[in-house]
Design a protein around this ligand. Structure first.
Ligand code: PLP
Length: 284
């Protein structure tokens, strides 16, 4: 595999950043990941918009122009021969002798990789749906910034794996669902409306979430942005997850309790079918 590091494309085992990189020592770094489908990067423009916001929130300098970044991402995908998978890129504040406060005159570290995805496994998850578990949300308050500080998310995903589940969904102190460890959460209510948590500071504003709202509008499916409880989710007509990696993944059980009749719902299927008509494609 090939990795891009600060201006060079190198074999991944030779790709190195400093031990004193702030991404390594403080998780002082932001990232993005886009799906690659049939040789095109999906919704790149929106991911670049969100990256700009993450960088601005942390006052990390933008390492290069949008056009240059787009070139690097396409090149990484192309050099890794990824037709279906994802491209991942990360920008840290840079490397400097360890000190919590921002160092002066440091240059950001920019790395990018691309990886093929097991298309058959993803199709099976979509067809059969997945089990999820719920866990208390123990993350910091600024999960709206897409930083690499993902230890609570990694621990939650591991707990899901150990419970035989695909994803762990976080629940806030008031009993409302926030989001998954790497996905946003939706339900379909009794009236056939989509319900998802408002993208305030409790969740990441998912790009797939935003695009799905447009898909829903095109399909005349109403969307309500409001908080919902675990009980409401467990008794919903349908539940599903959205993320750039999986696009839309139906949930068929929660903490061992079956959702509706235990098979993926029809509204999720309809939205999923239309998704790629509406998503933007950047050929690699
Ligand atoms: N929430 C979290 C915590 C995530 O890590 C992700 C994606 O990785 C999402 C939501 C979904 O966001 P997107 O649709 O932009 O991939």
């Amino acid at each position: 595999r090939i990795t891009y590091v600060n201006g060079r494309y190198v074999p991944s085992r030779e790709a190195v950043v400093s031990v004193e990189d702030r991404g390594n020592q403080f998780a002082d770094a932001v990232y993005e990941a886009c799906q690659i489908k049939d040789g095109a990067i999906i919704d790149l423009r929106r991911h670049l918009d969100r990256l700009d916001r993450s960088l601005a929130e942390l006052r990390i300098a933008t390492p290069m122009s949008r056009a240059a970044m787009t070139h690097v991402l396409r090149e990484v995908a192309r050099r890794n021969k990824v037709e279906n998978g994802y491209v991942y890129w990360q920008i840290s504040r840079g490397a400097a002798p360890r000190d919590h406060a921002f160092p002066a005159g440091v240059r950001p570290t920019f790395t990018a990789t691309a990886k093929s995805l097991d298309v058959a496994a993803a199709a099976l998850r979509y067809e059969k749906g997945v089990p999820i578990i719920t866990l208390p949300d123990n993350r910091w308050e600024r999960v709206d910034i897409k930083t690499v500080g993902l230890l609570p998310n990694a621990l939650a995903k591991q707990a899901a794996r150990e419970a035989g589940a695909f994803e762990a969904v976080f629940v806030d102190a008031e009993g409302y669902v926030t989001e998954g460890s790497s996905a946003n959460v939706w339900l379909v209510d009794g009236e056939g409306r989509l319900v998802t948590r408002p993208a305030d500071r409790g969740i990441l504003r998912g790009i797939t979430r935003s695009v799905l709202m447009e898909v829903a509008a095109a399909e005349d499916v109403a969307v309500v942005e409001r908080r919902f409880t675990v009980t409401e989710m467990k008794t919903a007509r349908e539940v599903f997850l959205t993320s750039a990696g999986a696009i839309l993944c139906p949930v068929v059980s929660i903490d061992g309790e079956t959702v509706a009749n235990g098979v993926p719902g029809s509204i999720a299927a309809r939205l999923r079918r239309r998704f790629h008509d509406i998503a933007e494609r950047t050929p690699i």
